[in-house]
Ligand binder design. Sequence first.
Ligand SMILES: NC(=O)c1ccc[n+]([C@@H]2O[C@H](COP(=O)([O-])OP(=O)(O)OC[C@H]3O[C@@H](n4cnc5c(N)ncnc54)[C@H](O)[C@@H]3O)[C@@H](O)[C@H]2O)c1
Length: 452
Amino acid sequence: MTVRRTRREFLQTVAAASAASPTILRAQTSAARPIAANDRVRLAAVGVGIRGQQDVRSALKTPGVELAAVADVYDGRLALAKEVWGNQIVTTRDYREVIARADVDAVLIATPDHWHRQIAIDAMKAGKDVYVEKPMVQDLDDGALVIEAARQTGRILQVGSQHPSSIVYAKAKELFRGGAIGEINLVEAWINRNSPTGAWQYSIPPDASPQTIDWDRFIGRAPKRPFDPVRLFRWRNYRDYGTGIPGDLFVHLFTAIHFVVDALGPTRAIAMGGLRYWHDGRDVPDVMLALYDYPKTDKHPAFTLSLKVNFAEGAGDNTTFRFVGPEGVLTIGDSVVLSKRGRASEPGHTADTFAKATEEAFLKDYRAKYPDKPQLRAGHDEVYAAPPRYNSTEDHFRNFFDAVRTRRPVLEDAVFGLRAAGPALLANYSYFENRPIGWDADKMTRTTVGSH
Ligand SMILES: NC(=O)c1ccc[n+]([C@@H]2O[C@H](COP(=O)([O-])OP(=O)(O)OC[C@H]3O[C@@H](n4cnc5c(N)ncnc54)[C@H](O)[C@@H]3O)[C@@H](O)[C@H]2O)c1
């Protein structure tokens, strides 16, 4: 008799699983101790657009952190900084003025990607610790320069991709390392969106003009162009300033996967996709899929990674990871779900496809080996959720400011940052060069494909 899970048994298992009440994870809280005057950290923010504002709000949740100065190339954002954080905030269009200030200890960089390298290096050379938004760099060649500047100056650098500070991803890592799914063989991750702002069509302020914007300082190292506010406020749509889907979104997926699995990176990448829906003048795809091979290391077996971002799918934003092993699957979304695989007490067989005498001979042996009635050990789900309103970015800043105060390492330093940004950027190389690309995760350099 072939042992199969009937549809009914399956439905019972699923019902039991979905009824599983979540375990609520404990959020970190800062020790409620008074902060001495010399323990205060004075922060300057460079780029206070959408993310810069969220970051400053999150940073100020760490006790003893104060916002001292803001730099942004658009005057409207400088006006907003004073509206939100007070008139005492020093504001300027020129980031070099804020990193030169003696009363600034740390610099948050939330500009478009093409400025990350330069501002991070300038800030570290000015003696400041740095929290730089992801992707750490726009180009692979920038990576070694940032790593070297951090090493030479001894400054703290944290990359702002927050999953490694999240209690949800910490739980996933604990379950993974504890062997919950067995030897990993596949990781799948995707982010789907289906809205104009989700697809980077951000609002253009009506006062945007060459008078209110320092256009040349936005352009920086990118090719010179006449003033065009769309390129500033929707910079992600252009390769000159952004990194497309890979640097914007794949990088978060790499950060989380490398954190959970303790992986250094893949050996090769291949990406496909296209501009399918948002025909608004952008020069980057709005659908991208990429495959990566990860080699066996002493931390994990070899596995394959599949990534997908689609800006015209489904009904809303979602980010999902599936870490797949023979014993179960870890799914991470807003919470972690460990789905343990059900197991039959015997392997089952296909002897009824043999000639009669052969089937009987087979079954004689089989029943001798498995004399008991077949049993099905049902699978089950365990759900671990963060408390309501949990914000992992606040924990990521707490980790940064702890490092600033204690000089202990951060969770996501420049090397970690390049190990996440590098494989993400490979997807761009593969897509635009129309071929697979090799990667040496140890040296963090491109290689010739075929060396895996
Ligand atoms: N960690 C996350 O979850 C997350 C989420 C969103 C964005 N980000 C990252 O944050 C960064 C900013 O993204 P955003 O969505 O806030 O973009 P945004 O366009 O809303 O903000 C960028 C700001 O930088 C300013 N700017 C441009 N060039 C500048 C320069 N040379 N000096 C000073 N200011 C300059 C712009 O005027 C704007 O106010 C990007 O690198 C992005 O990848 C991270």
